[in-house]
Design a protein around this ligand. Structure first.
Ligand SMILES: Nc1nc2c(ncn2[C@@H]2O[C@H](COP(=O)(O)OP(=O)(O)OP(=O)(O)O)[C@@H](O)[C@H]2O)c(=O)[nH]1
Ligand SMILES: [Mg+2]
Length: 301
């Protein structure tokens, strides 16, 4: 390949897949340089396909964050989330398969089984900051290289932003030559309305206990822009009446905190003032109702 052809612009889609909680969304956010995908310590935080775009003079990397693939198909929502993963896998140029450093179990293995054999798959070993002795990574890399014919293996830490540039450089040659797929200033294909609903949903995952977040979703009922001010009305939808009180909290404190934290994130992301009103609505059994799940925007790809 001569100098000129090696410099041709490249652009393509890269799926980020893995079991829940390995750091896929955190990785997407550092690759893009903005927080567009929500993250939390709880598994199954991401429920949608979320595009995050990184462009420079040589290439455009279009990353597609996906829900963590899970084995338990507990309800219609879980099935829709897994469907999103398999559909994304069939439509990208390259796959990034994320595992945690020194951890590989049957949950990761289940995702490995879904990986395509006809496209490059790059293994990302994330959370390397948790490994004190970096030498310990070598036998793990060795073992993983026997599990699948990975095109490359890159250890990263999304948290400390380590090896992120290396990951971009490793992925670049796997992207097809071609013109940018999105405007070079775009960072996502998602609307501000969607990002607003996700910001509220993140706070539910971060501020509530271990069960209620899984029974909730968020619907934006009003989104208006007046100059630099965005007026947003968000409804938190719960499964059962009892969950409503938990979200509102004593004297309304919890709901207030959810609203305040989400508003601050959105003001940072949109670069302008946000007026956010949040309330709670009960839709019995929504997460196990195929039609409700679909109408709330899940399972699309
Ligand atoms: N120590 C450490 N923690 C990380 C790193 N990357 C992500 N995390 C943490 O891991 C947890 C899960 O991160 P997410 O980015 O939400 O993980 P995910 O794979 O998108 O999870 P799901 O959407 O639920 O599938 C969060 O608490 C992150 O802060 C990392 O490189 N090092
Ligand atoms: Mg995620």
């Amino acid at each position: 390949m001569n100098q000129a052809s090696s410099q041709r612009f490249r652009a393509g889609f890269i799926a980020i897949v893995g079991r829940p909680n390995v750091g896929k969304s955190t990785l997407l956010n550092v690759l893009v340089g903005e927080k567009i995908s929500i993250t939390s310590r709880k598994p199954q935080t991401t429920r949608h396909r979320i595009v995050g775009i990184h462009s420079d003079d040589t290439a455009q990397w279009v990353f597609v964050d996906t829900p963590g693939f899970q084995l338990q198909h507990r309800n219609a929502l879980n099935r829709a989330m897994n469907k999103t993963v398999t559909e994304v896998l069939s439509s990208v140029d390259v796959v990034v398969f994320v595992v945690e450093a020194l951890r590989y179990d049957q949950h990761d293995q289940q995702v490995l089984k879904l990986l395509p054999r006809n496209r490059p798959v790059v293994l990302v070993i994330n959370k390397t900051d948790t490994v004190k002795d970096k030498e310990a990574l070598l036998p793990f890399i060795e073992r993983m290289s026997k599990e699948f014919p990975f095109a490359d293996i890159v250890p990263t830490s999304a948290q400390t932003k380590s090896q992120i540039k290396d990951l971009l450089m490793t992925l670049r040659p796997h992207l097809p030559e071609g013109q940018p797929l999105y405007d070079v200033d775009d960072i996502t294909d998602r609307s501000e309305r969607f990002l607003a609903a996700e910001a509220v949903r993140e706070k539910l995952f971060r501020l509530l206990g271990d069960e209620v977040p899984y029974a909730t979703t968020v619907e934006i009922e009003k989104f208006e822009q007046e100059g630099e001010l965005r007026r947003i009305h968000a409804a938190i939808i719960v499964d059962k009446v009892g969950q409503k009180g938990i979200i509102i909290g004593k004297g309304g404190e919890k709901l207030k905190e959810i609203g305040t934290q989400a508003r601050k994130d959105l003001e940072r992301l949109f670069g302008g003032k946000v007026f956010l009103e949040v309330w709670v609505k009960v839709k019995s059994g929504w997460a196990d109702d195929e039609r409700a799940v679909k109408s709330l925007g899940y399972g699309e790809s």
